[in-house]
Design a protein around this ligand. Structure first.
Ligand code: AMP
Ligand code: ZN
Length: 485
């Protein structure tokens, strides 16, 4: 299969580069995942949806993926909260981890190949620290082990941070970092109090620093570096710089990451949505208020991942209207061609023959291949909506079924990225009776008529009428229904 060539804005070079994975049939991608101590807010969710867009776009481009996202289930906040509640770290993180996966499911995020947990990768972290020790990059202070930035000449290459003013031996040993403040960072933390979660290891009794977790989990899953590494823009420095320092410090002759991708923030009134600022919505807040998860997904992915997105409920409503425009034309085509039951089976692996649709298909995938330009891809989708609506308006009596089928085929492919559109008749409940039941009655009546059992057919029609449902038989032999006003 020919693969679509992708271009990505690589944070490492600051430039758009042609994507060249080591193996197109096994593209390795690692994404920094959630710290499981609370519900994710929709800012966090924006960064997870970005990973889903990356995945779905590369799959559409014909690549095979081997993707992972870590679960940070040990850090200062988690330890403090579990001590406060007098429960173990595992008991504390379990429901938050489950809530995270549930949120992803609600938003139709595809499952990845691996979800490594920090607490299950301790041995790999210990091994990595030992390698760094033998490379002379580690020193000890008060029982903690630190990475010595001044001994690693490539420090700052990724984030372009200036290390020249750094005094040697200034250290960070917390998991929270000040922006732009360059210091030696902790690899392994000594246990301070009895209650603190602790592992008894060759490098001491304690627990890992946050940055160490990701470097070790990448090594654990892939045995090497990765083609793509992603995270929110706030992780570029110091988290990703420190990951790179650890991994390149341990394995200087290997490439750690081919392409670094960073997703911009979701803002509220111009400020980053964050737990500490208190200006956040969780997905659950939104669902409780009656917002539809599909429109949240559509809204969060329809902006370019490298643009800041200012969140407001008004803008969310606007996105819902745009999304409904696409959905309505899909329903319109399915109804006009009576194609309801044919999606997706009859459309798989077919090539489009209509040249207008072929062009839109190409534009769509090429926009995604251009650094995941979803807004540009959406422009092609709305052009498709316009063309199809215009066609249906102009050709009410002479519909070309193959055009309808091909347009649905294209919408279906578009939905491989958006994952919010429906292709099945919605089962609505009308005064206590479901559409599913009505369709069953229509089928029974059809069978009765085929068997020349007209009294049963009439009985079914009457029963439906008594329930307020009127049937109409079309010239083509189909039966439609509507509610009696
Ligand atoms: P955390 O659970 O805090 O470790 O964050 C998980 C992911 O969410 C990280 O990749 C962060 O960079 C990302 N993130 C946090 N806040 C925002 C925001 N307001 N907009 C977009 N991404 C965010
Ligand atoms: Zn990470």
């Amino acid at each position: 299969m020919t693969r679509v060539p992708f271009v990505f804005q690589n944070s490492k070079s600051g430039k758009k580069e042609t994507f060249r994975p080591k193996d197109e049939t096994n593209v390795t991608i690692y994404s920094c995942g959630p710290t499981v101590y609370n519900f994710a807010h929709i800012g966090n969710i924006r960064s997870f949806l970005f990973v889903d867009v990356l995945r779905r776009a590369l799959l559409l481009g014909g690549y095979k993926l081997n993707q992972s996202m870590n679960i940070t289930d040990i850090d200062d906040k988690i330890i403090n909260e579990s001590i406060k509640r007098k429960i173990s770290v595992e008991e504390f993180t379990k429901p938050w981890t489950e809530a995270f996966f549930k949120d992803l499911e609600t938003l139709h995020v595809q499952k990845l190949e691996h979800y490594p947990k920090a607490t299950e990768s301790i041995e790999d972290m210990v091994g990595l620290v030992e390698t760094l020790q033998s490379n002379g990059l580690v020193y000890e202070k008060d029982g903690n082990l630190y990475f010595s930035i001044q001994k690693f000449s490539r420090y700052g290459e990724l984030s372009k941070i200036d290390v020249s003013g750094m005094k040697s031996g200034v250290r960070y040993d917390a998991d929270e970092y000040d922006k732009d403040d360059v210091r030696d960072f902790v690899l392994w933390k000594n246990q301070k109090t009895e209650e603190e979660k602790c592992w008894h290891t060759r490098i001491g009794n304690g627990r890992p620093g946050w940055h160490l977790e990701c470097s070790a989990m990448i090594r654990k899953v892939y045995g090497s570096g990765v083609d793509i590494h992603t995270g929110g823009i706030d992780l570029l420095f110091p988290h990703h710089e420190n990951e790179a320092a650890q991994s390149l410090g341990a394995y200087p002759n290997e490439e750690f990451v081919g392409t670094w991708l960073h997703c911009e923030h979701l803002l509220v009134d111009g400020e980053k949505m964050s737990k500490s600022k208190g200006n956040f919505y969780t997905l659950r807040d939104m669902l409780e208020k009656g917002y539809d998860p599909n429109s949240i997904r559509y809204h969060l992915i329809s902006a370019h991942y490298r643009s800041k997105l200012n969140f407001s409920l008004n803008k969310l409503e606007e996105s819902k209207i745009a999304m409904d425009r696409i959905q309505n034309v899909i329903y319109r085509v399915l109804e006009a061609g009576n194609l309801w039951d044919q999606v997706p089976n009859s459309f798989e692996n077919r090539d489009l023959t209509n040249s207008e649709l072929q062009n839109l298909n190409l534009e769509f995938i090429n926009s995604l291949a251009d650094d995941l330009n979803v807004p540009k891809a959406l422009a092609s989708v709305f052009e498709l909506v316009r063309i199809v609506n215009q066609y249906l308006d102009a050709n009410q009596n002479t519909i070309d079924i193959s055009f309808l089928k091909e347009s649905i085929q294209l919408f279906y492919k578009i939905n491989e990225l958006f994952a919010v559109f429906q292709f099945k008749k919605q089962i609505q409940s009308i005064d206590g009776i479901s559409e599913e039941w009505i369709l069953e009655q229509i089928e029974l009546r059809k069978t009765a008529k085929q068997n020349k059992d007209f009294s049963t057919a009439d009985k079914i029609r009457k029963e439906l009428e008594e329930k307020g449902i009127l049937l109409a038989d079309t010239k083509e032999g189909r039966t439609t229904w509507k509610k009696i006003q």
